[in-house]
Design a protein around this ligand. Structure first.
Ligand SMILES: Nc1ncnc2c1ncn2[C@@H]1O[C@H](COP(=O)(O)OP(=O)(O)OP(=O)(O)O)[C@@H](O)[C@H]1O
Ligand SMILES: Cc1ncc(C[n+]2csc(CCOP(=O)(O)O)c2C)c(N)n1
Ligand SMILES: [Mg+2]
Ligand SMILES: [Mg+2]
Ligand SMILES: [Mg+2]
Length: 347
């Protein structure tokens, strides 16, 4: 068998292991494959379950995130998966595997971040688990959300003729990370990297999951398909294209490019589109909606003070993602983004 990437591995490990009947009997409306699982609840409501893990050296380092940033972002990234279904986050379970250098005081600061995020989004922290770890800190969070029964917005709802939207700018987090990873020795040297703007660093350390946008999309019945941007716009667009069996055509001229990001990328010899399309950890929502809702959606989001960028269209065809460049050319967008096993993992 050829080496598999992260997504292939999940499939090989889990696909076909439990029958549709078993899952239906257990009350599972939607199992593995979306941002959160959907499970039967009571009186017109369903439960959403999602979990995400952060590992020291992979997701953060001393120089990129403070202790409280790590706690805050671990919960925020999970809340984002509930937002990506149109749901309301309610409860969290937090598991930590703690190596010797993470003393109790550092862990207390990590939990300051967890509770700050929990407070902001009205999430009750109701449990977790604690173990030692040999070298690196691991934080794993499970978030449980609630949603109106039958209304969860899946990755599979995109249809030809719809438009593609984003509920916030992307690429900022990748730009911030780039700046945070610069070596102090570089500073002032010939390869010195200019300090990244505060907004980019903030986007990396304290992302804002789009809960409100997700709720509007669900309550108004506007969201046809939805995904949150953890691995990058390209990767998430591919997930919608594949789950919905459609083609997504993104327009370069419509992609949100802030002056700050463009300037910082250019100063560092990076094409800003690389961050916007492939950066990841943006935790905004990427989705599709029917054209007839476009005006109302724009007005509603503007009135609520939430960004909404219309970035492309859905077309019929084999699953793929295309970029219409500002020069008028059509360029395939590769299924590239953050992947935990980029070189593949041998079975
Ligand atoms: N080890 C695993 N065992 C069972 N299911 C898994 C496992 N890893 C992931 N999944 C499921 O696979 C699907 C895709 O997971 P993935 O982590 O890519 O989505 P995500 O959480 O939205 O993205 P990200 O982790 O990049 O934020 C989800 O339904 C998830 O619950
Ligand atoms: C030190 C350091 N190096 C690289 C990165 C970039 N990064 C790590 S995981 C990920 C995707 C989301 O994770 P997941 O798919 O597990 O949710 C990205 C873009 C970082 N944050 N910190
Ligand atoms: Mg997700
Ligand atoms: Mg995940
Ligand atoms: Mg990922």
């Amino acid at each position: 068998m050829p080496p598999l990437d992260e997504f292939g591995l999940i499939r090989v490990w889990t696909e076909g292991r439990q029958s549709k009947e078993m899952l239906a009997k257990a009350g599972v409306t939607l199992g593995i494959g979306d941002d959160a699982a959907v499970v039967a609840g009571s009186s017109g409501q369903e439960w959403l379950f999602a979990m995400d893990t952060m590992v020291e050296e992979i997701h953060f380092r001393n120089e990129t995130m403070s202790e409280s940033d790590v706690g805050y972002k671990a919960l925020a990234a999970n809340i984002s998966d509930i937002a990506a279904m149109g749901g309301m986050p309610k409860f969290a379970l937090v598991s930590v595997s703690v190596p010797p250098q993470w003393d109790s005081n550092r862990m207390k600061q990590l939990y300051d971040g967890v509770y700050m995020c929990a407070e902001k989004y009205g999430v009750a922290v109701i449990g977790g688990d604690t173990t030692s770890a040999p070298r690196h800190l691991v934080v794993s969070v499970t978030v449980i959300g609630s949603i109106e029964a039958g209304k969860a917005i899946r990755r599979s709802g995109a249809k030809a003729g719809q438009f593609v939207f984003l509920t916030g700018p992307t690429g900022l987090s990748a730009g911030g990370l780039h700046g945070l990873l610069k070596k102090p020795a570089d500073e002032g040297g010939p390869d010195s990297v200019p300090v990244p703007p505060h907004r980019l660093v903030q986007a990396h350390q304290r992302p804002s999951p789009s809960v409100k946008a997700g709720r509007i999309l669900l309550e108004q019945g506007w969201g046809a398909s939805l995904n949150d941007v953890s691995d990058g716009v390209a990767s998430e667009a591919w997930e919608i294209a594949e789950a919905s069996h459609v083609k997504l055509v993104l327009k370069e001229t419509h992609l949100p490019l802030s002056g700050e990001l463009v300037a910082y990328a250019r100063d560092n010899g990076i094409h800003p589109l690389d961050w916007v399309l492939y950066g990841g950890e943006d935790y905004v929502l990427l989705g599709t909606a029917d054209k007839r809702h476009e005006l109302a959606m724009k007005e509603h989001f503007r009135a609520e003070g939430i960004p909404l960028f219309i970035i492309g269209e859905v077309e019929a065809g084999q699953p793929e993602v295309i970029l219409e460049t500002s020069a008028g050319a059509s360029k395939p967008i590769h299924k590239r983004g953050y992947n935990h096993f980029p070189k593949g993992y041998n079975e």
